[in-house]
Design a protein around this ligand. Sequence first.
Ligand SMILES: [Mg+2]
Length: 240
Amino acid sequence: MPNYHTVLFDADNTLFDFDRAEREALRRALTERGYPFTPETEECYLSINRALWHRFDLGEVTQDWLLVERFRRFEAAMGGQHDPEQFNRDYLSYLGQGAFLLPGAEALCRALAPRCTLAIITNGATAAQRGRFERCAVRDCFSHLFISQELGCRKPERAYFDKVFAGMGLSGPEGVVVVGDNLLSDIRGGMDAGTDTIWYNPAGAAAPDDIRPTYTVSAFPEIARIILGDEPVPHSKTEN
Ligand SMILES: [Mg+2]
C-alpha cells in the first residue's frame, strides 16, 4: 500500500523545466519583434515577470492582468510600441510548445502512476499549460489537469483545492499529498486544505517559520520513497 492514494503535482519547476521552456518562448517572441535576445533583455523581462507573479502569489493582482502587464512594462522599459496583448498571446503559444520535463520527472511519474492517482495542479496560464500537458511524455500518467485560470481560483486558495477534490471525487484531504516547489502556492495551499505536502527544494532554500512542509526533498527518488512507502525516509522529514 502506498502512503498516499492521490498525488497532486505542481507543474512548473516541479515536473516541467519551466525555465527552459520560458527561455525558448521568450527568445522567439523577442526576436520576431526585432529585440536582441541577450542576457540584458532576458533579465529585463524576467525581473518584471518575477515581481508580478510574486504579487499574484500574494493575491494582490489577477492573472489576466499580470500576463499582459508584464509585456506592457517590458515594452515601456525597451522603448517599444508592440501590442502587449499580442506579445503575450504569442509568448504563451510558444510556451505551450515547450513540454520539457525535468531530468528524472518521467521516471518518478512512471513509478507512481501504477499505484496512485496523479493530477496536475497549476496556476499557469491555460494557453500554455494545456498544450504542454498534451505534448508531454507523461500525459498518460495523469487523470486530471486543474488550471487556475479555468477554475476561477488559484493555489493556495481553499476554493481551488475544494474544486480539485470535487473534480477527482475525493471527500477530503486524507491520503492526498501535494508536491510542489513553491511555498506560497503549493505548500501553503496543501497545508490549508489539510493534505500532507512535499516541498521539492533542489536549491536548498530556507522556509519561513509559518510554512511547514510535511517533507522537504531535494531529488525525485526521495519523493517516490515517501509516497510509495517502500522504505523509511526519516532523514527527509522536515524538522520543526
Ligand atoms: Mg512551480
